[in-house]
Design a protein around this ligand. Structure first.
Ligand code: CP
Length: 315
């Protein structure tokens, strides 16, 4: 089960694929409304009072796990951080038994990251009636809240009319769940032109790229774009030999200040993090005036507040 037809009636959030435009827009509007509460203050603390949320991460994370924890705390939930490395998963306990065990303790909301495509949907399929799951990234499949926070960041920078925008996604698209969620969201919100660029070995199967202009030439791809979304080289998901060397990759696909000048003068630069500085993005671009990378991080708390509220505050 994925999210349903309006942002107040979501059971689980597993993917942005197929999510109606009004649901995505509703979550973005809700996130904008809670932004003033996302980095302090107590005005939203009652929303999830008495609820328990667990960040159940079987893969490492800095941004997603921390921002979900802060989001849940800002809404007044009790927050449990599951550490896979020191848990009974290490003794062979199954993911399903882990979920059921934590459910039995009264956890109603699970934020789950997993290395395997589809693992979070499998857990959602066995969850009890009162339990909601958010996919915090499964394999290369989906990272829906990253997609939402990227759309919020784009909307803040460029306004709500996505039809005017030329957006470029560049890098290791093949292994990127962020790219897949961004592509679903950009298509649903009606982005004017979506360009995708990377070495052919790091481009995904054609279905993922439906409706996109695809090229291996980064200078051509950058021409006149309003936003550049650079992706991390995902060494942990990559078979060896796909990239000849990091130096070659940087030369051909690294976002440098020189290259950024090919984009529109007011183009914004985004990256989901963590960054390989000096590989897919140069430090002066990541830290420069066109960068919105820390805005993405900041927006993550508000987006995750909106999502947790939509899932768990129904009753
Ligand atoms: N963007 C992202 O998912 O970052 P983390 O892996 O640090 O959560």
């Amino acid at each position: 089960m994925t999210a349903h037809a309006d942002s107040t009636r979501i059971r689980h959030l597993l993917t942005l694929e197929g999510l109606p435009r009004e649901t995505i827009a509703g979550l973005l509007e809700r996130a904008e409304a809670v932004l003033p509460h996302a980095h302090g203050g107590t005005a939203k603390r009652g929303v999830l009072a008495g609820k328990a949320v667990c960040t159940l991460f079987f893969e490492p994370s800095t941004r997603t796990r921390s921002s979900f924890q802060l989001a849940a705390m800002r809404l007044g939930a009790d927050v449990l951080d599951f550490n896979a490395a020191s848990s009974s998963s290490k003794k062979g306990e199954s993911d399903a038994d882990t979920l059921r065990t934590l459910e039995a303790m009264g956890v109603q909301g699970f934020v789950v990251r997993h290395a395997r495509d589809g693992a979070v949907a499998e857990l959602a399929s066995i969850a009890g009636d009162g339990t909601s799951l958010v996919n915090a990234g499964d394999g290369r499949h989906a990272h829906p809240t990253q997609g939402l926070l990227d759309m919020l960041t784009l909307r803040q920078a460029k306004g709500p009319d996505f039809g005017r925008l030329k957006v470029l996604i560049v890098g290791d698209v093949k292994h990127s769940r962020v790219a897949r969620s961004d592509l679903h969201a950009l298509r649903t919100l009606g982005a004017g032109e979506i360009r995708v660029c990377g070495p052919s070995a790091l481009l995904p199967e054609p279905g993922v790229l439906e409706g996109c202009t695809v090229t291996t030439d980064l200078d051509a791809a950058l021409d006149g774009v309003d936003a550049v979304m650079a992706l991390r080289l995902q060494h942990e998901r990559m078979e060896s030999g796909l990239v000849s060397s990091l130096e070659d990759y940087r030369r051909d696909y690294g976002l440098s200040a020189r290259r950024l000048r090919i984009a529109a003068a007011d183009a914004v630069v985004m990256h989901p993090g963590p960054m390989n500085r000096g590989v897919e993005i140069d430090a002066d671009v990541a830290d420069g005036p066109q960068s919105r990378i820390l805005s993405q991080v900041a927006n993550g708390v508000a987006v995750r507040m909106a999502v947790l509220e939509a899932l768990l505050a129904r009753a």
